[in-house]
Design a binder for this molecule. Structure first.
Ligand SMILES: *Cc1c(COP(=O)(O)O)cnc(C)c1O
Length: 451
């Protein structure tokens, strides 16, 4: 553990305690007792800062209520497959400090609608979001999954068919299920890539078998399993030809690479804030066209039978408001960085390929994803290399995680040495090289040949 990191946390917490004084004092100022607490608090911060400078003292372990500190982004290189794109920017972490209170976005809500709040500029953010993904209208939602749900719930009747990939994320299944829909999968074939042709074939098959057309096509640009790129533009064309609405699932793309929904031929673009937009969970976006907005973002029309009340101003699919505090503020705070970082996607892919190339120098290491890589999420196969070592190692499959952890690398599925995933998104070149060398050193140590 790194004493400095621990002391930084301790100082942050000590400052929070100081802040807390002001949440209880009279607005006119601190009384005598509080003033004394304040001075004691300052002294505490001082002494922590001194320890921070000197790099000594007791390292704190938890937040103070039995919650362990989370230091993997500070003390380790984190290659977890789902986490890197959701790592907060410093701006988001600061926004979280300032806007962590419950309904903190609602201080000046004049119209009862989240996306119309001007202070903080949530309205502007929404307009920019739609533009960012090349669509007409956008809403923030509690995760990509809630974006799928809003669409399936708006478009499907019981028994309606939805086309998804055989690599579709489970949340797509659930969003279809909850709306009473029926899943038909498209095969990604031996290459694990969904093509426009395969989608067209599946539509034809559905037509033949059921006499009707699917009501919706959902496809991820990059799937969660291989991180392979699927032919979203080809699928967009097929969707247009058949007149079937197309939901582009950008959980692994919106926020890390440029995405233009209309160019792709999408009717809906869904993104994940905590997966790819450097935001607090649960957060995400749902964007659509002027054609579909009145359907998915329609107004409530229910009237109370006794009170006669109705809420036309509210959108049922959003259940009124969605992200009312730290979540949306974190998205907004990260947004300037996110808009910039998508321009560096090529560099991220370069680093991903550099790592995989080095990784493949270890004899019998394989990459199960398409190669060269087009994404930073990759599935690797180490059955014939690291797993052979695991067979006789006293720690079995855990030996690799142990070795990586010794080198301050975490995030791979502990105990997995066969087929597993990692994500290099956001790692600097120095970290990428360190990571590559770490695997090669481990291979060396266990006598695996390195080319
Ligand atoms: C992570 C993921 C999701 C779910 O995203 P949430 O924002 O957590 O709801 C959906 N689809 C794919 C392809 C994903 O990788």
């Amino acid at each position: 553990m790194d004493i400095r990191v621990r002391k930084i946390y301790e100082a942050l917490f000590a400052l929070e305690d100081l802040r807390e004084l002001y949440r209880h004092a009279l607005p006119t100022g601190l009384d005598e007792h509080e003033e004394e607490q304040f001075l004691n608090g300052i002294a505490r911060v001082d002494s922590i800062i001194r320890e921070l400078k000197e790099g000594k003292g007791d390292p704190i372990q938890d937040v103070g209520v039995g919650l362990e500190l989370r230091t993997r982004e500070e003390e380790f290189i984190n290659i977890n497959p789902i986490q890197p794109g959701g790592r907060l920017t410093p701006e988001a972490r600061k926004a979280l400090i300032a806007y962590g209170d419950g309904y903190s976005v609602c201080d000046q809500c004049l119209e009862g609608r989240l996306e119309k709040i001007r202070k903080p500029p949530v309205d502007e953010f929404h307009a920019e979001l739609a533009d960012f993904v090349g669509m007409d209208e956008a809403r923030v939602v509690p995760g990509a999954r809630r974006g799928f749900q809003a669409v399936t719930s708006s478009l499907l009747e019981k028994g309606d068919i939805v086309i998804v990939s055989d690599l579709a994320h489970y949340t797509e299944f659930l969003a279809v299920e909850i709306a009473g829909g029926v899943i038909k999968e498209v095969s990604s074939g031996p290459k694990h890539i969904i093509t426009g042709g395969a989608v067209a074939d599946t539509i034809e098959r559905v037509k033949e078998e059921t006499g009707k057309l699917p009501k919706l096509i959902m496809l991820e640009h990059f799937d969660y399993s291989y991180g392979n790129e699927h032919e979203v533009e080809g699928v967009g064309k097929v969707a247009k030809e058949y007149g079937i609405p197309f939901l582009y699932n950008g959980a692994y793309s919106v926020g890390v690479m440029p995405v233009n929904g209309k160019q792709i031929g999408a009717d809906f673009v869904v993104g994940s804030g905590h997966k790819s937009m450097a935001a607090v969970a649960p957060s995400g976006i749902l964007a659509t066209t002027d054609e579909w907005a009145p359907t998915v973002f329609r107004s409530s029309h229910t009237v109370g039978d006794i009170s006669g009340r109705s809420f036309e101003n509210k959108e049922p699919e959003m259940l009124g408001c969605t992200l009312m505090g730290g979540t949306v503020l974190s998205m907004m705070a990260s947004f300037p960085t996110v808009k910039e970082r998508v321009k560096s996607w090529d560099e991220e892919v370069k680093k991903s390929n550099y790592f995989i190339r080095e990784f493949l120098r270890i004899e019998r290491n394989k990459v199960a994803s398409e190669y060269p890589r087009k994404h930073t999420l990759s599935k690797v196969n180490t059955r014939e290399s690291f797993d052979k070592i695991a067979k006789t190692h006293k720690r079995r499959g855990f030996f690799l995680s142990d070795e990586l952890k010794n080198k301050k690398i975490v995030g791979e599925f502990a105990g997995s040495t066969r087929v597993w995933k990692l994500n290099t998104y956001g790692l600097s070149w120095d970290r990428i090289k360190y990571l590559s060398d770490a695997f090669i050193e481990i291979a060396d140590k266990y006598g695996l040949a390195v080319r």
